[in-house]
Write a new protein. Structure first.
Length: 160
């Protein structure tokens, strides 16, 4: 396995936008008010990250994975939500069962959710594919790493 560097930011530094990000901002104007977008672009600028990267962000934190191999990353803040509504939208019956049978339902939910999102990024798919990718299949086909704190869960995916 090749080296993966993970960059994390929870504050915005001075930054400029790369051309690709300027195009994205022109296409999705509402991103200019999104703190996660600003955090991730600040992180890209600070460490001069352009190529071979995958970006994830929430409202208060951004992460970027950089590697010579293809990588997917996602981050979520560990907090209570309407998990049943989210699971009905994007989890299979088996995934819902895994969450409901877990001793720590919140953590299991986020492990599955971030794994699916990281995989979608790895495959360059959009969010609409979330329900059609399966956690157990990802586990058998990919290298999977979870980094957790008391506030966040970061998931990295690479090929085996």
């Amino acid at each position: 396995m090749k080296r993966i560097d993970v960059f994390i930011a929870d504050e915005i530094f001075a930054y400029k936008l790369y051309k690709k990000d300027k195009r994205r901002l022109r296409k999705y104007k509402n991103l200019s008010n999104h703190s996660g977008f600003k955090l991730s672009r600040s992180l890209k600028w600070k460490y001069k990250l352009k190529d071979n990267i995958c970006i994830a962000h929430t409202k208060n934190i951004a992460v970027i994975a950089k590697s010579k191999q293809k990588v997917g990353i996602d981050i979520e803040e560990l907090k209570y939500r309407d998990f049943d509504a989210i699971m009905s939208f994007c989890f299979s019956d088996d995934e819902i069962r895994l969450v409901n049978q877990s001793d720590n339902k919140m953590l299991k939910f986020y492990e599955i959710f971030t794994t699916k999102e990281a995989f979608i990024k790895y495959k360059n798919l959009d969010f609409s594919y979330l329900k059609s990718v399966y956690f157990n299949e990802i586990l058998t086909k990919m290298n999977l790493f979870h980094i957790s704190t008391d506030r966040f869960l970061i998931t990295l995916i690479t090929s085996k």
